[in-house]
Design a protein. Structure first.
Length: 291
């Protein structure tokens, strides 16, 4: 009787395990989506015929290797699975593959290949790839510079609310690149991105508000936005705040506050901030001697 009970328990345990085994492509994919460490399942699903679910599984396996989730972190293995998935049309894999080519992660840096994969994903509506493609058009990486194409890419990404793209549109309107120069339109796009907490846009919007370009001049409002950016570690904003507090024309001079912001920027490697700090400290020592 005891042996029968044990056999039944073992049989139930085995039934429980095998009940989890995916019987269809879709079941295996669903398991992969809902489990952090799905390496074995995803390798199993690789035996299924080509299809959307297989591409998604391959992309997920790439993420697992990239993040080292349950397996040793392995960028080369991540690249391998991203490429398999990208070739089947997965837009997230195409974007990640583009990024790896662009940064030279586990493969030689190749801007042309990066552009190719970003373009494939962008054409399918991947917001990040649309933005990345725009940046490559602006900088002429993997493709000749083309501001007209860049602004199109940024608009596509901005329509989905991507703050980085909204910031780039603002910059292009400010300088008149690919569009007619228009400070007011620049302010509109920069404000949209700034309100999402995007530090570069907070600085750009704050600077234009401070200077009164395309918007009524407002020193306090400008400093508020520049400070928001600086608090997020944006170096240009930190240096600008340091200069404002050193100058003392718009706000009361506060060298302690100026030194604080210059030091933050200097710690990030800014030679300009280091130079400002040295000048302030030299002036303070000279003033101390003359007491």
């Amino acid at each position: 009787m005891k042996k029968i009970v044990i056999f039944v328990v073992v049989l139930l345990a085995m039934t429980s395990v095998f009940a989890q085994m995916p019987e269809t492509d879709q079941e295996a994919c669903e398991y992969a989506r809902n489990n952090d460490n799905a390496k074995n399942w995803l390798e199993y699903i690789g035996k299924f015929p080509k299809g959307t679910c297989l591409a998604e599984a391959q992309y997920s396996l790439g993420l697992i290797y990239q993040q080292g989730n349950g397996v040793p972190q392995d960028s080369a293995e991540a690249f391998k699975w991203y490429k398999k998935s990208a070739e089947l049309g997965n837009i997230h894999a195409q974007n990640n593959l583009g990024r790896m080519y662009f940064n030279g992660e586990s493969v030689p840096q190749n801007s042309e290949e990066a552009f190719k994969w970003y373009k494939k994903a962008a054409e399918q509506g991947n917001t990040q790839s649309q933005y990345n493609l725009g940046v490559m058009y602006v900088n002429g990486q993997g493709i000749p510079k083309n501001f007209d194409e860049a602004i199109k890419c940024f608009f596509n990404a901005a329509e989905s609310g991507l703050a980085a793209a909204q910031n780039e549109i603002g910059i292009m309107y400010y300088f008149g690149e690919g569009v007619k120069q228009d400070y007011q339109t620049a302010v509109k796009w920069l404000k949209l991105a700034a309100e999402q907490g995007y530090a570069p846009a907070q600085f750009n919007f704050g600077r234009m508000t401070f200077s009164g370009e395309g918007i009524q001049q407002n020193y306090a409002e400008g400093i508020k936005w520049i400070t928001k950016s600086a608090e997020q570690g944006y170096m240009k904003a930190q240096i600008t705040l340091g200069a404002i507090y050193t100058d003392g024309k718009v706000v009361r001079q506060n060298l302690a506050e100026a030194k604080k912001w210059f030091k933050y920027a200097a710690d990030q490697g800014s030679d300009k901030a280091k130079s400002y700090l040295m000048k302030i400290e030299a002036a303070e020592k000279a003033a101390e001697k003359n007491k």
